[in-house]
Design a protein around this ligand. Structure first.
Ligand SMILES: Cc1ncc(COP(=O)(O)O)c(C=O)c1O
Length: 363
């Protein structure tokens, strides 16, 4: 077979280790997974009750237009229904955008390190990739503007950024958007926007009104606690949505996913509780870092990147053997760090205890 040559250079996305595999490998009963930035508090109890009695026919294709979810989300965000596109997770939207705009004669600009799927999809499409190194964990937006060339079709901006948890303040983002030529699509990936508490964070939905070349990506996988059901969405002006739609698979969001997401949206109290608990959890990790003089990036997300000044894989392996799955920073561009998802208070306390053992050299 004549596979695209670039596929041979890629390895599939490496997800965090699964709880089941770690149980078997280390013969442990209790595993805490804090590796993939899921919500430790699950989803709204409203969704859990709904799923117990799923009112969805398994024999009928899902609504390809996601009518109910579209209506609810448009109202929630204050946008038109024609300003929304849905994906099987926001991963799927990254793929759709890449498929629609990237090809061997096109180039694309992104930061480094950032979320791996921008580059992965750009490689598959054969586009030339311009990675602009972050400076002290912050986006080098001037560098990204300078990296634009005649062939640039897409610029990827992840804010707050994965894996650093840092965000771009409003004024800096607006200055940047002002400089991007109108024919280039700016993808603002806001998978963690609901966790942000910074005063100078922007209202990205308003920005899609001002900038006709901006699409905002969000997900129900993080604070809404529905990672397993795979629902993400994009917000942009109708012309962008219309252009992207043909690249979307017709039934890309499952019926259960649509219903659960629409139900989750209605329970904003649960989201507020999760946001607050997340800040309390982050404070536990900040205290730990201060106590042990470890550096970290202040996070606007539900994860924290901590620099242990030791091989990240070594820290990861130590924690794994004790039943805690985190992410080594090695594959994320920070070789001496680990990225930890903020868990429940007890999970955080347990993990911090084990990290102390690691640092103090005791088993
Ligand atoms: C920045 C960012 N974007 C997108 C995603 C993909 O999310 P999903 O496909 O579950 O919506 C993730 C998941 O970790 C992420 O961190």
């Amino acid at each position: 077979m004549r596979w695209k040559e670039q596929l041979l250079t890629l390895i599939p996305y490496q997800p965090g280790k699964s709880i089941e595999s770690v149980k078997r490998q280390y013969n442990l009963q209790n595993i805490v997974k804090l590796a993939s930035n899921e919500n430790p508090f699950g989803c709204s109890p409203e969704v859990s009750s709904l799923l117990a009695e799923i009112p969805v026919s398994m024999a009928i294709y899902p609504d390809g237009y996601a009518t109910l979810l579209r209506e609810k989300l448009a109202t929630h965000l204050g946008v038109g229904q024609d300003e929304l596109i849905f994906g099987n997770g926001s991963d799927n939207l990254i793929q759709i955008i890449s498929r629609a705009l990237l090809h061997p004669q096109a180039s694309t600009v992104m930061a480094s390190p950032t979320f791996s799927q921008y580059k992965h999809n750009a490689v598959i499409e054969g586009a030339s990739i311009k990675e602009v190194p972050a400076i002290n964990g912050e986006y080098d937006l001037d560098g990204m503007i300078a990296a634009i060339d005649e062939q640039t079709n897409v610029i990827w901006v992840c804010s707050p950024n994965n894996p650093t948890g840092t965000y771009i303040p409003a004024q800096r983002l607006v200055n940047f958007l002002d400089q991007v030529p109108e024919h280039i699509l700016v993808v603002l990936d806001e998978a963690y926007s609901e966790y942000v508490i910074a005063d100078d964070y922007y209202n990205s939905i308003e920005l899609t009104r001002k900038y006709q070349n901006l699409i905002v990506l969000r997900t129900f996988s993080k604070i809404y606690g529905l990672a397993a059901l795979r629902v993400g969405y994009g917000v942009a002006n109708p012309a962008i949505i219309k252009a992207l739609e043909p690249a979307r698979e017709p039934f890309n969001v499952s019926a259960i996913g649509q219903l659960a997401a629409a139900t989750a949206l209605a329970d904003q109290k649960f989201i507020e509780v999760c946001r607050q608990k997340n800040r309390q959890g982050l404070a536990q990790f900040y205290d730990f870092c201060h106590q042990y003089h470890l550096s970290y990036y202040p996070s606007q997300t539900n994860f924290i990147l901590i620099d242990f000044n030791k091989d990240g894989d070594q820290v990861f392996q130590f924690l794994l053997k004790k039943g805690f799955i985190v992410r080594s920073g090695k594959a994320l561009g920070y070789p001496t760090a680990v990225r930890i998802t903020v868990g429940s208070t007890d999970q955080n306390t347990g993990l911090i205890e084990v990290m102390k053992q690691f640092l103090e050299g005791s088993e």
